[in-house]
Design a binder for this molecule. Structure first.
Ligand code: GCB
Length: 604
């Protein structure tokens, strides 16, 4: 692991973001004009980064592999050639595309040729859904930018760098883990590397609608509030926001910075899991027009109660990694998102936690459509460098990028700023700052973090982590019956809380290999897992202040920390479904519990 250049790079990325103040990210990029660069890319695996550093470990002055050098004479030595190199599909992680790359962590260079006839009066951006973890991007041999953070979108303007024919885009993607990064070196999920999400050329008019927030005003069910922001020369402009189905057409005029607040009364059908109503929303300025589908709902707390559209809400949840069902690898397709969310619905969930990093935008959009509430998170996971300002800046940048992208999704109700972090002053300051940061970016949603259990006495778990003060919803992961004692222990547990806030059990569970049977006392069997679930459900019923539960986890997922041969085989087996979609016995226990909760719910 090399740290110095990496540190310099994240520092650069974070200062750029904060100096600019505003994150310039094209909202709803997949819906804009342009083309997808999905498909096979030429790739060079570069474990020693010799395409970036010379033999003295200095950054290569000629751009290294980013220059795509070709020998001009038969005698000229060039030791790489994209044209003869192996192909990898984009979007897609590299690990699951080639057996040699399954455990690989390091640099892979990607190259893609394209033609694009840019229209006069138009600008062109290259947009990446995500590249894990660090990307350095070159167009036609020149570096155009870099990005750090494996799960959020980024873009670079290429208006003046692109030519009608014969462009080559090269990306150095590096997924090495680093102590100071977010996440840090230790995680319980696969470190899938590569251009894991779509890459697009986004074609917009000179002055275009860069970003917008259109949601219900906090606390209101009939007033829409938000803003629009233009990018480009002709600042003061008239922008029209239409919701044709509701007969709404509102015009606003942008200020000299291209910004205009939006606020109007609207009697809209409210979005909820039972009725996931989405409206076509069309925003127009001069030559630009962006269409979105947006749901309108309110989320609030009152004491220990969560309120969705003013009505008490109990979260019937499961977590899922962004890992594709049936085949391994990162999710990037709508079909995969639908399969996963359908499984969540099959066990009567109304809520899905998307741990431990921002998932693909397609997941939040499909959840909007299917009516599943969401928890979205950044990878402040386990042990981050709490005292390192670069680490804090990196975490804030990831929050900014996630919230910028998903702020119009009705499904997202909770932003999570951390998972299972050890108590301490530096951590409190760090995560407290993240909570503040979220509120500055999005005052309409709620802030949470998954905390660890803390016992007072042998059988009482106290929800008293000081971090709770910074949160709107206090959540806690617990593995009583698995990492914490044997299943009968669950029957002895009491819970107390010092917080007058909604309380959610954000993880519980046990491993089981699908099809492995035995008695309830044998770990890794479906019977053991189902027994843990039965006892957990009984315990939940004894917690009067419980606002929701989130099973860990919906589907088995890959983890390098799970080597047990014949059972785990590098999978975390806590899924209620196997990675092949087989339902395990515990899924029926949970499904029945969730069904009974749903039956007791007030009808919308
Ligand atoms: C946890 C973590 C989650 C792990 C899970 C487990 O507490 O939050 O990322 O995968 O436990 O299975 O151990």
């Amino acid at each position: 692991m090399n740290t110095t250049p990496f540190l310099a790079l994240i520092f650069l990325a974070s200062t750029v973001a904060s100096a600019a103040g505003t994150l310039h990210l094209i909202q709803n990029a997949p819906a804009r004009q342009g083309i997808s660069l999905a498909g096979p890319w030429q790739t060079i695996v570069d474990p020693y980064e010799s395409g970036y550093y010379d033999y003295r470990y200095q950054v290569q002055k000629d751009g290294g592999f980013g220059a795509n050098k070709k020998p001009k004479t038969p005698g000229e030595l060039v030791e790489y050639n994209f044209d003869t190199a192996a192909r990898l599909q984009v979007p897609g992680d590299w690990n699951t595309q080639s057996p040699e790359l399954m455990f690989y962590e390091g640099t892979v260079w990607y190259k893609r040729d394209f033609d694009y006839a840019r229209k006069p009066g138009h600008r062109l951006f290259v947009w990446f859904g995500a590249a894990n973890y660090q990307a350095i991007v070159y167009l036609n041999g020149k570096k155009i930018g870099e990005h750090v953070g494996g799960f959020t979108p980024f873009q670079f303007e290429v208006t003046n760098a692109v030519r009608d024919k014969g462009n080559f885009l090269i990306v150095k993607v590096d997924d090495q883990r680093h102590m100071e990064a977010v996440p840090t070196v230790m995680t319980d999920w696969w470190n899938y590397g590569g251009l894991t999400r779509d890459v697009r050329l986004v074609d917009v008019p000179d002055t275009f609608l860069e970003d917008y927030a259109i949601q219900l005003e906090k606390g209101s069910q009939s007033r829409v509030a938000g803003w629009v922001r233009l990018n480009g020369g002709g600042a003061r402009q008239r922008v029209t926001i239409r919701i044709p189905e509701a007969g709404i057409a509102q015009a606003v005029t942008t200020d000299e910075n291209g910004y205009a607040p939006v606020a109007f009364d609207a009697h809209l059908g409210l979005w909820s899991p039972e009725s996931p109503k989405l409206y076509d929303v069309v925003i127009e300025i001069g030559a630009d027009r962006v269409a979105d589908r947006i749901g309108f709902r309110g989320i609030q707390t009152s004491g220990r109660t969560l309120l969705l559209n003013g009505k008490p809400l109990h979260l019937r949840g499961a977590s899922m990694h962004a890992e594709a069902p049936f085949r391994a690898g990162r999710i990037f397709s709508e079909a995969d998102a639908r399969t996963m969310l359908r499984w969540a619905k099959e066990i009567n969930c109304n809520f899905v936690r998307l741990p431990h990093y921002p998932h693909d935008e397609v997941m939040t959009r499909v959840a909007d459509e299917m009516g599943l509430l969401l928890w979205s998170e950044i990878p402040v996971y386990w042990t981050i460098q709490w005292e390192n300002p670069v680490t804090l800046a990196g975490a804030k940048t990831q929050l900014t990028e996630m919230i910028t992208r998903d702020k119009n999704r009705a499904s997202v109700i909770l932003w999570s700023v951390a998972n299972e972090t050890p108590r301490g002053d530096a951590r409190l300051k760090f995560i407290g700052a993240l909570a503040e940061h979220v509120r500055g970016l999005d005052p309409t949603r709620l802030v949470t973090a998954a905390l660890e259990t803390h016992y007072v006495g042998d059988h009482t778990i106290a929800v008293d982590d000081p971090l709770g003060k910074y949160l709107d919803v206090v959540s806690c992961n617990e593995y009583v019956g698995w990492y914490d004692g044997t299943p009968p222990k669950i029957d002895t547990i009491q819970w107390t809380t010092e917080y007058e806030k909604p309380f959610v059990i954000s993880e519980f569970g046990a491993d089981a290999q699908a099809g492995r049977h035995g008695d309830v006392g044998t770990v890794f069997t479906e019977e053991f897992q189902a027994d843990v679930y039965r006892r957990q459900v009984a315990m939940f019923k004894r917690i009067p202040f419980l606002t929701g539960t989130i099973a860990w986890v919906l589907v088995d997922f890959r983890s390098p920390r799970r080597p047990l041969a014949g059972i785990q085989d590098f999978y975390n087996r806590k899924g209620l479904f196997s990675d092949r979609g087989q339902r395990k016995a515990a899924s029926y226990v949970l499904s029945e519990y969730y069904q009974s909760l749903a039956a007791d719910e007030p009808r919308p």
